[in-house]
Design a protein around this ligand. Structure first.
Ligand SMILES: Cc1ncc(COP(=O)(O)O)c(C=O)c1O
Length: 397
């Protein structure tokens, strides 16, 4: 059978990172390539207890079809939580529980973006969501990242050049892949420009709870008086990614189209795990659980950065993440990180070339992304030492 793949999908390549995962499965490979939360953070015993009890007490309600908008008690819990933590206004906004942060991007695109529409995105940015936009036939226009967030002059130029652009995608806290946190000033400027040029912002914040250094910076959604920010959150990095649960906060005017988008995608999200999240947040010590995760990531990140400082060629640049799971290192300007990464893989260390995260994947990137949440401390030191040696071989004085 010869299949004619749809226009929407034929331009989308499988995620380069998922392909690399196959190499990461090699037990001898030290992998800085993934983006998994540390298994040490999973509250296994508590999950087991909650599931066992509810399946004895109320099995049918856990196993029956659920509501498309999400399990009502969890929606209420999350509204209270986000109103208290982020100052979100649920008089004007609605919250749905969806199947992971990735589905936030999927439903938003399905509801708002037509084939051929332009989506502006930070560049580099999380390839999973870039591929979601691509899969709906959107054309991506990248806005370069700087050390303090996206280049707002480039953003304004892009908004002028593409007044019909539908969506602006940003990951302001502990960005994947760079680890950069957008400053409050830049967040305000991004919001101001979005208002002036009338574009919807998709604020993707799966790592927001994982700040392990520095001061909290308000979300863009918390500044939103016009209802133009759609906020994407996830339980993947604070509970477990296999739950496939996230939450979408949006202006009430979008309730009907997003309900239809959800119903036509997967009807509803996993009820049992929504119950687990709700019970965990209300009856267990969620704050202590987050603090414990932050402690783990703080230590792992510090170990990786210390080892990078000790072993990398001084011409390699990298920032100091204040949270999240990633740091990106940059070879000197003009160098291509792809052959560097290929050589690193040959030497048993996996990381991801920056080109995987570009709006235009054919462009060259001198960056490579390193994940510190999954490797052991010993692997972090050994793997970074191997990469460090390679940077000295690669960069000619
Ligand atoms: C920036 C960003 N957004 C969204 C996601 C999707 O996460 P999930 O669908 O597991 O919630 C990820 C996952 O790594 C991510 O890094």
């Amino acid at each position: 059978m010869q299949f004619q793949i749809s226009n929407r999908l034929s331009g989308v390549h499988g995620s380069a990172i998922r392909e690399l995962f196959k190499l990461g499965a090699d037990p001898n490979m030290i992998s800085f390539g993934g983006g998994n939360p540390s298994a040490e953070t999973f509250p296994c015993a508590e999950i087991e207890q909650i599931v066992t009890e509810v399946l004895q007490k109320a099995p049918v309600s856990m196993l029956q079809y659920g509501l498309s908008e999400g399990y009502m008690p969890l929606r209420e819990t999350m509204k209270r939580y986000l109103a208290a933590q982020e100052g979100f206004d649920f008089e004007k906004n609605e919250l749905f529980i969806v199947s992971g942060g990735q589905q936030c991007a999927d439903l938003t695109t399905k509801a708002l973006v037509n084939e051929g529409d332009i989506v502006l995105t930070e560049e580099p940015a999380f390839v999973g969501c870039l591929n979601t936009f691509r899969s709906y036939g959107a054309k991506l226009v990248g806005i370069p990242m700087q050390k303090d967030g996206m280049d707002v002059d480039a953003l304004e130029a892009a908004l002028k050049a593409h007044p019909e652009a539908k969506l602006l995608y940003t990951i302001p806290s502990f960005q994947n892949p760079t680890g950069i946190t957008t400053t409050q000033e830049k967040r305000k400027k991004v919001y101001e420009l979005a208002c002036r040029y009338d574009i919807v912002i998709l604020e993707d914040n799966p790592y927001g709870e994982l700040r392990f250094a520095g001061e909290n910076v308000p979300t863009i959604k918390s500044m939103d008086t016009e209802g133009r920010v759609i906020y994407a959150g996830s339980f993947s990095k604070v509970m477990a990614p296999a739950f496939r649960l996230g939450f979408l906060v949006f202006d009430k005017a979008l309730t009907m189209p997003l309900t239809v988008a959800k119903q036509t995608t997967d009807v509803h999200s996993n009820v049992l795990f929504q119950y687990v999240c709700d019970t965990y947040m209300n009856q267990y010590d969620f704050a202590a659980h987050l603090e414990q995760s932050r402690k783990i990531y703080r230590a792992k990140c510090q170990l990786m950065l210390d080892t990078m400082r000790r072993t990398f060629h001084p011409a390699v640049q990298f920032g100091q993440p204040e949270g999240g799971l990633f740091v990106m290192a940059f070879l000197p300007d003009g160098m291509d990180a792809q052959p560097f990464v290929r050589e690193a893989i040959k030497r048993g260390v996996l990381c991801v070339p920056g080109s995987a995260f570009l709006a235009d994947e054919s462009k060259v990137s001198n960056g490579f992304r390193l994940n510190y949440s999954t490797p052991t401390d010993e692997q972090i030191v050994r793997g970074i030492e191997i990469l460090g040696k390679l940077t000295h071989e690669w960069i000619k004085e």
